[in-house]
Design a binder for this molecule. Sequence first.
Ligand SMILES: Cc1cc2nc3c(=O)[nH]c(=O)nc-3n(C[C@H](O)[C@H](O)[C@H](O)COP(=O)(O)OP(=O)(O)OC[C@H]3O[C@@H](n4cnc5c(N)ncnc54)[C@H](O)[C@@H]3O)c2cc1C
Length: 230
Amino acid sequence: MAVPTEDKPTILLSLSRMNHILDINAARGTVTVEAGCIMEILQEAVAAQGLVFAPDWGARGTATVGGAVATNGGGLNVLRFGTTREQVLGVEVVLADGRIWNGQRALIKDNSGYDLKQLFIGPEGTLGIITKLTFRLHPAQPYVRSMFASLCDASRLMEFLTMARSLGGEKLTAFELLPAREGARAVPCPETVVRNPVGLVFAYPHVGPPRRWRDTDSPFRSRVRDRHHL
Ligand SMILES: Cc1cc2nc3c(=O)[nH]c(=O)nc-3n(C[C@H](O)[C@H](O)[C@H](O)COP(=O)(O)OP(=O)(O)OC[C@H]3O[C@@H](n4cnc5c(N)ncnc54)[C@H](O)[C@@H]3O)c2cc1C
């Protein structure tokens, strides 16, 4: 959401009508979309075809894909998929002098010449207005396991991440730390109440039917419960 500055004249540009999903190519695993499309709408459209648009964060319901690329957002899935930059195959940009720069590509293996599109990913609109994008998509996983754990000792955080990686491998999608407020004694969790001051949530897709996490799986003395999302 753009906010006008108070100290100097400002132009606000809305791309909300440039919101069309132009092409979902399931076989190639790509989608071409106008820059004003809301992230969540794109996520839902590709999910209907068994595909995943990887960038995801709390503002998904208002953020446009153009804004996601202009800020190179990281978000919840960054461990597995990298920042938004990793998902961009092609861009179309309107430059300051009105010329249209066509950097639209849909090739996953495009190793030819300079990769000029990278200039427009992350600079927050200072080099041009992104109008069209092509993203790579990923196959949806049949199961996702998400777990909530509590650690008695935050110094073992990295050790815990290593363990989570050993479980999920490259498919470990998210690993979030929920520090408790000072004095807090309980963090509510869907299946249990965790009484320790540091909470962690991590998630990874896996193949095969869900299985219940056992505390014996963990070298940590933590209470761990899992939920299954099908
Ligand atoms: C540097 C930066 C990094 C961020 N990283 C994260 C993150 O990792 N995780 C997270 O949850 N949130 C992140 N955010 C917040 C993120 O910007 C918003 O959640 C959302 O993605 C912005 O989308 P929007 O459409 O609302 O863009 P706006 O808020 O309207 O714009 C954000 C910026 O992008 C520019 N911009 C927007 N659309 C275009 C376009 N079509 N062409 C060119 N420039 C455009 C704007 O000029 C502005 O500078 C980040 C924000 C910034 C500034």
